[in-house]
Design a binder for this molecule. Structure first.
Ligand code: ATP
Length: 382
């Protein structure tokens, strides 16, 4: 059993004005795979370290399996942590690295060997048993680090960016290995990453943190389709959601010279200003879309051919939403080399025909997928 409950967990480091972790309340069910995600410095590692017991908690409460563990020392928490750095013992072999913690616990040798052998088989480490970490590849070292956590058969795994030292391809492969492993072992796992794609592919639920505060917890689908605020909308999804300010009048959204009918799902007040979020995949070349779908005309500035998808980037005659100021996250616009005050939109299109920069195209929008936010508070409008 390994449920974990966090109640108003807070960390205030001495001499820093803002709390690194600010009243986080969260329940992780026994056997769940929960990912903590957020930009650098948002407090993910600090929160994980408090759960592990290697960082003091300033206020709040942590329950592990229903028992108060707020001030319990790490070794009484029945939790195993896997670090980004792997933290392997360099002079020990793979097998010794795995059995070390069991030896400290004075587990009888036969039982120890059995457990280490089982885990090595599961992680395809048997052939590497007598090598030292220096003789292993990054991916193999990562598997040893996992194995070391697994032999302890803990109630929960805590993983802090365990794949971040691997190259992109290996990281993707290890991601699905981790998912399979979790499927097989069913051990409660809290996994920290700054990579939203990793979060979305691994997490049964994903908790998004910003400036130490929890923004939203939900399934990947919920975060993508019903973000609670602009931060979550802009942080989740690749390419990034397009955001633009619009005025509501005569049942239409006035966006950069275009009038788009307000969709049925939106309850918007006439005369109000809203931020409209359009996922890049909500666009389609008009000639291939339903004739009744609202459309925009666009002059493409950049065309990125990804093979099974085309990213077409075009300006709108509307000021760009400064998401950076509003929510402190990098948006496509913030990574621009050239200063451009116009909103730059990205459409992720099915490559039904070739497109080039300079092309004038009509883009249909699936308005049932539009998301709306209050420009002042950044909160999603129901
Ligand atoms: P990253 O992805 O870059 O590792 P993170 O989300 O894990 O970031 P933390 O490492 O938890 O963030 O840090 C959260 C905040 O607390 C940061 O502002 C950081 O500077 C601060 N912080 C972390 N450790 C300490 C410390 N020992 N003393 C003071 N401030 C700290």
């Amino acid at each position: 059993m390994g449920s974990i409950q966090l109640h108003e967990v807070t960390k205030a480091f001495p001499k820093s004005a803002a709390a690194a972790v600010d009243r986080v309340t969260l329940e992780i069910a026994d056997g769940e795979f929960l990912v903590l995600v957020g930009p650098s410095g948002c407090g993910k590692s600090t929160l994980l370290r408090m759960i592990a017991g290697i960082e003091d908690i300033s206020s709040g409460q942590i329950l592990i399996d229903g028992t108060d563990a707020t001030h319990a020392p790490p070794k009484e928490r029945d939790i195993a942590m896997v670090f980004q750095s792997y933290a392997l013992y360099p002079q020990m072999t793979v097998a010794e690295n795995l059995s070390f913690a069991l030896k400290l616990r004075k587990m009888p040798k036969a039982e120890r060997t059995q457990r280490v052998d089982d885990v090595m088989r599961m992680l395809r480490l048997t052939e590497l048993a007598s090598r030292t970490p220096g003789q292993l590849s990054g991916g193999q070292r990562q598997r040893v680090a996992m194995g070391r956590a697994m032999v302890r058969e803990p109630a929960a795994f805590l993983m802090d960016e365990p794949l971040s030292n691997l190259d992109a391809k290996l990281r993707i492969a290890m991601r699905s290995e981790l998912a399979r492993l979790h499927e097989r072992l069913g051990v409660t796992t809290i996994y920290v990453t700054h990579d939203q794609i990793e979060a979305m592919t691994l997490g049964q639920r994903v908790a998004v943190l910003k400036d130490g505060a929890l923004q939203q917890v939900g399934t990947p689908q919920e975060l993508f389709h019903q973000p609670r605020n602009l931060f979550v909308a802009a942080f989740i999804g690749s390419p990034t959601i397009n955001l633009v300010e619009a005025e509501v009048s005569d049942g239409s959204l006035q966006i950069g010279g275009h009038a788009i009918p307000v969709p049925a799902h939106a309850a918007l007040t006439a005369g109000s200003k809203v931020v409209v979020g359009v996922r890049p995949s909500a666009f389609e070349l008009a000639e291939f879309a339903d004739a009744s779908a609202p459309r925009l005309s666009a002059r493409l500035e950049v065309v990125e051919n990804l093979g099974d998808e085309i990213h077409a980037i075009f300006p709108l005659d509307a000021p760009r939403v400064d998401v950076d100021a509003a929510v402190g996250v990098e948006q496509a616009g913030d990574e621009q080399l050239l200063v451009d005050e116009r909103a730059l939109f990205t459409a992720a299109l099915v490559p039904r025909r070739s497109l080039s920069p300079g092309d004038e195209v009509e883009l249909a929008i699936d308005t049932s997928r539009l998301q709306f936010f209050d420009p002042e508070s950044g909160l999603a409008l129901a």
